[in-house]
Design a protein around this ligand. Sequence first.
Ligand code: GLA
Length: 359
Amino acid sequence: MKWYREPVADGNCVLAPGRVNLIGEHIDYHGLAVLPMALRRGVRAVFRRRADRRIRAVSPGYGTRDFEWTADLAPVAAGDWENYLRAAALVARKFRGNPVGINVEILSDLPAAAGLASSSALLVAVTLGLLRANGYNPRFEELMEVLPDGEQFVGTRGGGMDHAASLASRAGCASLVSFEPLAVRHIAIPEDWAFLVADSGVRAEKSGAAREDYNARRRGGVRALERLGLPSYREAKPEDAARLEVPEERDAFLHTATEAARVQAAVEAMEARDLAAFGELLVESHASLRDRLRVSCAALDALVERALAAGAAGARLTGAGFGGSVVICCERARMGAIRRALPEAIEAEPGPGALEGAF
Ligand code: GLA
């Protein structure tokens, strides 16, 4: 979309990109490393300081929201986008005690509920807008301590992958995000590789029905760890699954332990420019998400099959699942053929994060 690179004549602007996760799904909330990249699509917030303490936000198609920025903001009705504005306000307040409000215009070229982290991009954009309007430029580490909690205000107990990718990605690279301790390693994507994203059209609203499904997967993985008496998934080995009796817990454990190993193998494959190996890992990840964690659906499985039949090296669901999108990797030379077979696919170009100076 055009507006993304347009200079803004008036007002201050923050751009927070969405992300596509290449591999490492449903493991960030267990503290395990993941490999997303930022998209050249995202949420733009153009803001102006106000003299009072109100936050007034306008977004085409979503209407206007206007509220007083107090210290004890409570959620409004579930599913209302004002909750993301309120979450950003709560997050920003941790850095600035006595802030002024903003007028903010919000535009997005990210499809919502498509597995591309549009809600995290909104949270990041508004949080940075509020803080910059109050003269504060937070560091990545500071933001990562509070943004995932902000998301929980909206109801999903997610991990930090989406915020890390939106803030700290680098153009042309994937981001290996580790959480304990927090670190981002930029891995250059070989120029002759291409990534595509295809939206299944099945909507998975984070604040809606998908929320409970998502939280249940997380609980299953945590219970498995507790039963095994392990302090964290870093000590987990796939063989330990044999000691688990509850099928959901065993499957969640097996997914998590094997997916963590696939992330490391995928980084090695990318650094070795071995597209076949990288693609195979994506296919294995999808199978694990489909059969063990059961977060796929028929439309996502069909997209993966069609991409592979059209010559992709690999494909898998990306994001939380239950709908949303698939990510496809292929030789750049094959991209045209794959797009002909999947007209809904768009190229996913690795862009910079909101803190990486692009905006
Ligand atoms: C959502 C969450 C992320 C992550 C993915 C699944 O996108 O926001 O933190 O858990 O699901 O990998």
